[in-house]
Design a protein around this ligand. Structure first.
Ligand SMILES: Cc1ncc(COP(=O)(O)O)c(C=O)c1O
Length: 456
């Protein structure tokens, strides 16, 4: 075996050993493990080191201080785990080390991402002639979609953004729900919009934009809706809202970072009815679909427009209009669509549907258990998110501290309607009924300890 092969072999063995214990390892690293991370720092090495020693150090010290997000017991944020085929495909792709900018750079990756894009439109049942750009995150992909929206609306009003820039341009307004995700706000800010350009619409008791509270739409409005609110998992009422906005000439963007995958489930699909009427959509692979991190997508109905907005043609790097470098922020890039291809090729339509249905069924089970334990479940649990509140919401930090010390499962805090709450997300293919039981046991233990603390 060559040195190179030996090194990769050693890495594969370490990775396999890590995964063999993923269910039993502490879900969050203990303070001693975190303290050891100092050993990965220190002065910049002046001499060469043995790659095996470097790998060993990384695996021992770094690995010990990881959060077990790839396991069944992590319910924080909407993290998602990694399906074996998605991880394995990335492993091969690392050996290939393709710069997947265009066909000229990598015929293999260009073909794979093209197919992944077509399959994605099929499984999400979105208009088939749209552009599909694979990027690193819903944040970055949302940015691209909103950049296209801005270009489009200004162009329609007779303003050439490429020539004249933003200064002096007709004012574009952005309409968002009061539950809008922070990363959409970030994209809006980076695109040059100020808070005075943003109109925030109240949501109903479920967390959906209220159709009776909509502002006036016109041809200089971008409306941002959500397929899957991060707290409640709720879906905006697309059929009731999008036609009105479109009739006025507005652009409609849907942030579906994790919830757009409801389209793949026969049971849940109707929550997204009408979403196909929008102009642009974003979703992640690294959440619901359980691909590796840095895998997301911008889908844009106006294919040429996305391609001209994100265009990165250079004399030394000519390519097709719909090359990935012309649809995304990155120029040199790895194939962020590879994980989508690998998972869709492996699970197919029915497998993805079952995975999504599985999350939803387990989330419902979790919510029932929480209610039985005396916790208020604030949402309807329409998807994979369970939003909870203690009888006294002010107890939330102490309760979460106990959950953290117990270290059987992990989930974090949030705020709902100005009150502390906490949220569990079922988004790992490894989470099963045992993991739900472990979560409910941990919640029961923490509630009991909290009661003891309060009673002195
Ligand atoms: C609804 C929603 N939108 C956008 C994002 C941002 O996604 P990413 O972390 O991939 O940028 C998230 C992340 O949790 C989310 O839940």
């Amino acid at each position: 075996m060559s040195d190179e092969q030996e090194l990769y072999h050693a890495a594969d063995k370490m990775a396999a050993d890590y995964l063999a214990h993923i269910t039993d390892r502490p879900v969050f690293p203990g303070p001693d493990m975190v303290a050891q991370l100092e050993q990965l720092g220190g002065a910049l090495p002046t001499q060469q080191n043995d790659p095996h020693a470097v790998l060993d150090m990384l695996s021992r010290i770094g690995g010990a201080a990881t959060t077990a997000t790839n396991g069944p017991n992590y319910f924080g944020f909407v993290i998602g785990a990694l399906l074996p085929i998605a991880g394995a495909a990335e492993r091969i792709a690392l050996a290939w080390d393709q710069c997947a900018s265009s066909h000229v750079n990598s015929p293999a990756m260009a073909a794979i991402e093209k197919t992944a894009g077509q399959w994605l439109l099929e499984i999400l049942d979105l208009p088939r002639d749209t552009a599909v750009g694979f990027g690193t995150s819903a944040t970055a992909c949302g940015f691209s979609a909103l950049a296209a929206a801005q270009t489009y609306l200004l162009r329609q009003s007779g303003w050439d953004l490429d020539r004249s820039g933003l200064r002096g341009a007709p004012p574009v307004r952005i309409v968002v729900p009061d539950t809008v995700h922070v990363t959409v706000k970030k994209a809006i800010r980076l695109l040059g919009f100020g808070t005075r350009d943003i109109v925030t619409v109240q949501t109903d008791d479920f967390g959906r934009m209220r159709p009776d509270a909509l502002p006036h739409f016109d041809a200089l409005t971008v409306l941002c809706l959500q397929a899957g609110d991060v707290n409640t998992g709720e879906f905006d009422r697309f059929s009731d809202i999008i036609p009105t906005a479109k009739a006025a000439g507005a652009w409609v963007h849907v942030d579906g970072a994790f919830g757009l995958w409801a389209r793949a489930s026969q049971d849940k699909r109707s929550s997204t009815d009408g979403v196909e009427l929008a102009d642009s959509w974003t979703t992640d692979g690294h959440k619901t679909l359980n691909t590796a991190y840095d895998s997301a997508v911008t889908i844009c109905r106006h294919a040429d427009l996305l391609a001209s907005t994100m265009n990165a043609e250079a004399a030394y790097a000519p390519s097709e209009t719909d090359a990935q470098k012309n649809l995304t922020l990155e120029f040199s890039r790895r194939a962020h669509g590879l994980g989508f291809w690998a998972v869709l090729q492996t699970l197919g339509r029915s497998g993805v549907g079952s995975m999504v249905d599985g999350y939803c069924a387990l989330a419902t089970q979790l919510a029932e258990g929480c209610r039985e334990a005396g916790v208020t479940v604030l949402n309807r649990v329409v998807f994979n998110q369970v939003l909870c509140q203690l009888a006294d919401p002010a107890d939330t930090p102490a309760f979460l501290k106990l959950i953290e010390q117990d270290n059987a499962v992990w989930f974090g805090p949030t705020m709902w309607r100005g009150q502390p709450a906490f949220r569990l997300s079922v988004s790992s293919w490894r989470t099963d009924e045992d993991a739900i039981r472990r979560a409910l046991d941990a919640i029961g233990r923490a509630l009991h300890q909290l009661e003891c603390q309060k009673n002195g």
